[in-house]
Design a protein around this ligand. Structure first.
Ligand SMILES: [Zn+2]
Length: 77
């Protein structure tokens, strides 16, 4: 028999755009929450970011469109 124990976990509740400050809350059933782009990267050996330097960024879809669309490959359905 396996006995269970109570356990508290943390999960994302809100996300804030690092560029414009737009906030989206997961509990508001806001579809924008799922449209954020989150980047979490660590520079490797020889990287111009810096070896071992962590780069984190959250962008809302409005900023994604403004900043990345000029360079992105867009394939509409
Ligand atoms: Zn934004």
């Amino acid at each position: 028999m396996i006995l269970l124990r109570e356990r508290t976990i943390q999960e994302p509740a809100s996300i804030i755009c690092d560029r414009c400050g737009r906030r989206s809350d997961i509990e508001s059933d806001d579809v924008e929450f799922d449209e954020y782009l989150s980047l979490n990267r660590i520079g490797g050996y020889g990287s111009i970011i810096g070896d071992g330097t962590r780069l984190q960024l959250d962008l809302c879809e409005y900023c994604i469109k403004e900043l990345l669309y000029p360079f992105a490959r867009i394939n509409e359905p």
